[in-house]
Design a protein around this ligand. Structure first.
Ligand code: FES
Ligand SMILES: [Fe+2]
Length: 372
């Protein structure tokens, strides 16, 4: 789980004035909207006694801890301690980590890390979203997998004939043509032509059993946790972006945005949601049984073949950021800190304000130090 990236935390429709809890990168966050409808994301951990702010309420745009009523502004500073009898100054240490947030593509995004703005990786671009010919549709899927396996599965071309034989995979034509990874600054894409399964059922009868032409399919990733699938069908384009939010090492919430240029009437939405969920359901067992649950850092730990080029690209890109010290050390957190000490993902304020250096009560999540 990498810090210092933008993460889609939840669907826009889930963020309300009433605070909610979102678990991301193994840490608890509180998300709510202020009176200007702007989404706020902060550490869900009151520095007083570790209360969960997400169980509190919002008052004058501040989130109020349910335990002793401390009030925190959206920048994380505490503005009220109700137990103070008179006007005593609020301690500098009464502050939370608050994360930069944006609302885009129907998701609430937060930058989970402490890099200053100029050094932050950009938020990914979902270009079709701005194009009115596409109809957007959102959903989510929760599964007990590590997000790295979910990402690799989301762009794995060779598994379709086996895992998805019941939907779009063709068991009789499992070969994958050679492809070159199209490299992007923050990701990569692989384009191949796939042979769809022979038409069956009513569609088969309508087409008189005619073969369907090969379908141009692009699978790719955007760092750190997004997959993009584009399928160019004869009737139009179908694009699926999935933001695989790492909840914990063993659990992922895949927030998805589907864009389709055909059947744009909302009458088709239900069927479309069903098709996306069916694909996740087909993947669920296979991906959750993979070992190790986390994609290995060591490239030689699994055997690759030519059709895995896009996944190797992802592994190398991920390793680059692990080598930069951005990987949260979840094993250490579980072994050393579990239930003994609460931790937080550091926010930009920790580095922006050196005079606050000693003002942070909660310790930062440890990261993995690699040899390179
Ligand atoms: S624990 Fe939050 S105010 Fe006491
Ligand atoms: Fe799949």
């Amino acid at each position: 789980m990498l810090k210092n990236f933008w993460y889609a935390l939840c669907l826009s429709t889930e963020a309300k004035e009433k605070p909610i809890r979102v678990t991301a990168l193994g840490q608890e966050l509180v998300v709510y909207r202020n009176s200007k409808h702007k989404a706020i994301a902060m550490s869900d951990l009151c520095v007083h006694r570790g209360g969960a702010l997400s169980s509190g309420c919002v008052k004058h745009d501040s989130v109020v801890c349910p335990y002793h009523g401390w009030e925190y502004k959206s920048d994380g500073t505490c503005v009220k301690i109700p137990s103070y009898q008179e006007d005593i100054q609020i301690p500098r240490k009464a502050r939370l980590d608050s994360y930069p947030t944006e609302e885009k593509y129907g998701f609430i995004w937060a930058f989970l890390g402490d890099l200053p703005e100029a050094e932050r990786p950009p938020m990914p671009v979902f270009s079709e979203y701005e194009d009115p010919k596409y109809k957007p549709l959102w959903g989510d899927y929760e599964w007990d997998v590590n997000y790295t396996r979910a990402v690799e599965n989301g762009m794995d071309i060779a598994h379709a004939p086996f895992v998805h034989a019941g939907s779009f995979g063709n068991r009789d034509e499992p070969e994958v043509e050679s492809y070159e990874v199209e490299k992007l600054e923050w990701g990569g894409d692989a384009t191949v032509y796939l042979n769809p399964p022979p038409p069956s059922g009513m569609w088969g009868l309508l087409r008189g059993g005619k073969e369907r032409p090969p379908v141009k399919t692009t699978g790719g990733y955007r760092m750190p946790n997004i997959t993009r699938l584009q399928v160019c069908l004869p009737i139009g384009d179908f694009v699926l972006y999935v933001c695989h939010l790492p909840v914990s090492d063993h659990h992922t919430r895949s927030l998805w945005l589907q864009l389709r240029s055909f059947f744009t009437n909302k009458l088709f939405d239900r069927d479309s949601v069903g098709r996306v969920i069916k694909i996740f359901d087909e993947d669920r067992q296979t991906v959750s049984e993979q070992r190790p649950q986390v994609v290995p850092y060591d490239l030689s730990a699994e055997l690759h073949v030519r059709s895995d080029a896009i996944q190797i690209d992802f592994r190398k890109m991920r390793n680059k950021y692990i080598d930069m010290g951005w990987e949260i050390d979840t094993s250490l957190i579980q072994s050393e800190y579990a239930n003994m000490r609460a931790l937080v993902i550091p926010s930009p304020a920790r580095r922006e304000n050196p005079e606050l250096a000693n003002s942070w009560v909660m310790q930062e999540v440890p990261t993995i130090a690699t040899s390179s």
